[in-house]
Design a protein around this ligand. Sequence first.
Ligand SMILES: CCCCCCCCCCCCC/C=C/C(=O)SCCNC(=O)CCNC(=O)[C@H](O)C(C)(C)COP(=O)(O)OP(=O)(O)OC[C@H]1O[C@@H](n2cnc3c(N)ncnc32)[C@H](O)[C@@H]1OP(=O)(O)O
Length: 238
Amino acid sequence: MCTLEKRGSIFFLTLTGDDDHRFNPTVIGSILSALRQAKSEATRGSVLITTSQGKFFSNGFDLAWAQAAGSPSKSLERLSHMVSLFKPVVAELISLPMPTIAAVQGHAAAAGFLFALSHDYFLMRSDRGVLYMSEVDIGLSLPDYFVSTFRAKLGSVIALRDVLLRGEKVKAGDAVRLGIVDEAHRDEKSLAEAAIGLGEKLGARKWKGDVYKEIRKSLYPELCETLGLGAEKVNSSL
Ligand SMILES: CCCCCCCCCCCCC/C=C/C(=O)SCCNC(=O)CCNC(=O)[C@H](O)C(C)(C)COP(=O)(O)OP(=O)(O)OC[C@H]1O[C@@H](n2cnc3c(N)ncnc32)[C@H](O)[C@@H]1OP(=O)(O)O
């Protein structure tokens, strides 16, 4: 499950527990509620930092839950259901009226990688954890919003190929080199310190949340179309 706590101007969304933080309908629902709570409480200077406890940031959708459906067709229905449920999570992050930071302290695979990548800033520890899009290895196609997010966020065709078409397990140093991750930090403590430091620096700018989110959305027109996010009126003021 996840928790949301506010310390100063920073909202901390944490996937709790020492499991691999698989996304099933219950977990997805709790993440969505947390994001909507942060949105409702947002003020100028608010920032979101998302992290997890333990060895995993998230290992993606809960395939065991899908496979427990009792038949291949029902398993696919459950998987398709998770795909549909998770799309609003990405949409909330892309339209959240505050800067967002993913502090990835462990493995981020498949939908877990997508979750991290849906944040504005992506920080990772370098001593543990890999980024891995396993779909090509496990024979699953990629939903449209997965592809749109990666195409929006990864500027390099080499990175897109290595991650999505080659299923590379990418460590932090290589992820920085490929332009996937902003910063690699030697361990969990320095990662947390860096994420909070960045959050405080961004929060101090006191940006207007509705302007911030509309500028963010304007950067990713294909992704916003896939997510069904239209442009919204901004109350600009001088
Ligand atoms: C109605 C029907 C309509 C049809 C609809 C159909 C729908 C179709 C759409 C399908 C949906 C597609 C989208 C799917 C999304 C999903 O999320 S599906 C779920 C996918 N998830 C997975 O596949 C899980 C993938 N995870 C893994 O494979 C592993 O967990 C892992 C991430 C690779 C981690 O493996 P693990 O063995 O646990 O790793 P470790 O033991 O921690 O590490 C391995 C070794 O590497 C060393 N290491 C780790 N990190 C580092 C580092 N940063 N630096 C150095 N070394 C590192 C670690 O120490 C280990 O080394 P050894 O100890 O020496 O082995």
